[in-house]
Design a binder for this molecule. Structure first.
Ligand code: ADP
Length: 233
């Protein structure tokens, strides 16, 4: 890695680390106030504090994403590759989202193959990548929608797909989708929170596993995000 790029990643890593402590202090202060531990609140006070709590939560997500980017940009040393079952990684990722999906009345379904699905991966980082795709599919779906996760064997690779019927990505912006901090005009207009770092991180993780990511999307119709990953014997 070029020296300046390395120094930049190091700076982001240190800055993000420094931000973590005051942000978690703020989180607890908001929580104590919201739970009425230091006195009862009027509904107006409760609403304002809730907005503060949510803004702080968004900042925590952003800082955590920045930390992940900086760590990944440091090089492949972050990965611990082991043989594991892809189906298990998918099942785990899907189960993490059952509650969030239910809250939005979204049905989430996983279609998995019968064949063996052994791969060489860092299961926690791969799970992070898969979770980013699923989180987006839910986050950018309309209430009452459906999200389908599918895995299929294709020659010496496994192909993953997550499909939603949500807001989609505006066509003129589709080429920027995997860039750092990209957010679609439609999601900004709808004020849906996000950092614009998830897909950048996700692509990086998949490519570091020898895979490839791609997608197709139509505004207000939905999106399908795909990746493939090599099978191992
Ligand atoms: P975030 O979701 O935090 O904004 P991502 O990097 O995961 O960041 O996604 C970048 C942008 O790509 C999103 O802000 C959104 O505009 C668009 N996007 C990603 N996934 C979807 C999806 N399933 N449906 C519609 N838009 C999406």
């Amino acid at each position: 890695m070029a020296k300046t790029k390395k120094a930049k990643s190091e700076f982001v890593l240190v800055a993000a680390h420094q931000l973590k402590t005051p942000l978690s202090a703020l989180k607890w202060i908001f929580k104590i106030l919201l739970e009425g531990e230091v006195g009862e609140l009027t509904s107006e006070q409760q609403n304002l504090l809730m907005k503060g709590y949510e803004a702080n939560e968004n900042m925590i997500t952003l800082v955590n994403d920045l930390l992940k980017v900086a760590q990944l940009e440091k090089g492949k040393k972050v990965y611990e590759f082991k043989k594991c079952d892809f189906k298990e990684v998918i099942k785990k990722s899907v189960s993490l989202f059952s509650e969030i999906a239910a809250k939005k009345k979204i049905e989430i379904e996983a279609i998995l193959p019968k064949e063996e699905t052994m791969i060489l991966c860092d299961s926690s980082l791969l799970q992070m990548a898969i979770s980013n795709f699923i989180a987006n599919a839910i986050n950018y779906s309309f209430e009452g929608g459906k999200v389908t996760v599918g895995v299929a064997k294709e020659e010496d690779r496994l192909k993953f797909c997550v499909e939603d019927r949500g807001i989609g990505i505006p066509l003129p912006q589709q080429k920027k989708i995997f860039s750092k901090f990209f957010r679609g005009d439609n999601v900004v207009r709808l004020q849906i929170a996000g950092s614009g770092l998830g897909l950048y991180i996700t692509r990086r993780i998949i490519e570091d596993h020898g895979g490839k990511v791609w997608f197709e999307s139509q505004e207000n119709k939905g999106s399908r995000f795909y990746f493939n990953i090599p099978l191992t014997k």
